[in-house]
Design a protein around this ligand. Structure first.
Ligand code: ADP
Ligand code: MG
Length: 380
């Protein structure tokens, strides 16, 4: 990292920070409905070697950017939502959000290296935002807590980049801890670290990246979000979080819009699934979360309608070849699925999915075992 920074900028960085990608165990699209989510951090992370500047300039370089090798140089005073500088929008958005919140940040040089796959539903966007925010927080001694950095990063992504995502990804990257999943109430950002050690139970969670690229800002995500807001308005509640699971049928009967009704059903049942998973894990019933994950997939496929043939093929093939549970994870329309398997069935299930993809003429998926890693931290 230090070598890379020196090669790009010709000086030594002040420090190196890291922020991970994440995988979401359960609680999909609930984070902009004031609901519950349960992500954990991946070992995959974005590293940033960083030095502060005093001249009002931001320079960014990525070893994995769209135009590798190019330094993007921007004047902080020119940063404004709606500017378009490609991938640099993510770190630039963070600088904009920090300054817009009144923090006296006077510039920085950043060099990024990442092994979080881009656009795979594993949140490379939050990783690059959070690593930027954490580095500046420490270099400029801003004293912001993890959840505050997450809020600023979400603002960067929503307002500056223009992707209407919830708060889950940034909070996961900023606040997760190794060996745990993060139970997050997105209404008040209350957090609980839930021990999640599948190996101790003879199981594994596989991540299957379909390599189908999603694009959050392309409209479908925004349409789902707008549909959820319309549902809450029709029901006279601040957010769909406020619709109780045992009042769901009654609530659905009050919604006239046929497109909105299934969206509401997904959010309310999904919040309930997060609560069920929490309860099962607290009782040591790790295996029993499998069917809850699979139910979540059916809900995302049929009610929320954000799956795709490749994700469905992963789930169907995995279950047919012995998986305990499986579902798409992340925003949808591509990206990754997660598969809960007995450790000794992992190879068989992986092989079945790979063969099914080959038979369908799809590109080979990337499969790895996800073990909960650490959240954002200083690396050097
Ligand atoms: P996801 O968060 O699921 O990976 P997004 O579409 O939200 O997908 O964000 C991916 C985008 O984030 C990339 O297309 C790129 O513009 C930017 N990005 C993320 N990490 C990096 C990085 N290390 N270097 C350059 N750009 C990055
Ligand atoms: Mg993202």
């Amino acid at each position: 990292m230090t070598d890379g920074f020196r090669a790009v900028y010709g000086t030594e960085p002040t420090g190196v920070w890291a922020a991970p990608g994440r995988v979401n165990l359960i609680g999909e699209h609930t984070d902009y409905n004031d609901g519950f989510v349960m992500p954990f951090a991946l070992p995959h992370a974005t590293l940033a070697a960083v030095s502060p500047r005093t001249d009002g300039l931001l320079r960014v370089h990525s070893a994995s950017g769209e135009v590798p090798g190019d330094i993007v140089e921007l004047a902080l005073d020119d940063l404004a939502p709606g500017r378009r500088d490609g991938w640099a929008d993510y770190p630039a958005g963070v600088l904009w959000a920090l300054r817009d919140a009144g923090h006296a940040v006077t510039g920085a040089d950043l060099h990024f290296v990442s092994d979080v796959p881009h656009g795979a539903g594993l949140s490379s966007s939050a990783a690059i935002e959070v690593v930027t925010a954490l580095a500046l927080n420490e270099l400029y001694e801003l004293g912001l807590a993890g959840w505050q950095l997450a809020r600023l990063c979400q603002r960067a992504e929503n307002v500056y980049v223009g992707a209407p995502t919830g708060i889950m990804d940034q909070t996961a990257s900023a606040c997760c801890t190794a060996g745990h999943a993060l139970f997050l109430d997105t209404r008040d950002l209350t957090q609980r670290q839930v021990p999640f050690d599948l190996a101790a139970h003879g199981m594994r969670l596989l991540v299957v990246d379909t390599r189908v690229q999603h694009a959050h800002s392309d409209g479908e995500y925004g349409k789902r979000r707008a549909g959820c807001e319309a549902g809450a308005a029709a029901l006279g509640v601040p957010a769909l979080r406020d619709v109780p699971h045992d009042g769901l049928e009654e609530a659905l009967g009050r919604i006239e819009d046929d497109e909105v009704r299934p969206l509401v059903r997904h959010i309310v049942t999904e919040n309930h699934r997060v609560e069920r998973v929490i309860e099962l894990l607290s009782q040591g019933g790790v295996r029993a979360i499998g069917p809850v994950l699979t139910e979540g997939h059916a809900s995302l496929r049929d009610d929320f309608r954000i799956s795709c043939p490749e994700l469905d093929l992963v789930v169907d093939t995995a279950l047919a070849s012995g998986a305990i549970g499986a579902r798409m994870t992340g925003g949808g329309f591509g990206g990754s699925a997660i598969v809960l398997v007995d450790s000794d069935a992992a190879d068989t299930v992986t092989k079945s999915v790979q063969e099914a993809f080959a038979a369908a003429g799809y590109a080979a998926p990337r499969v790895f075992t996800a073990v909960p890693g650490a959240g954002a931290r200083r690396a050097r």
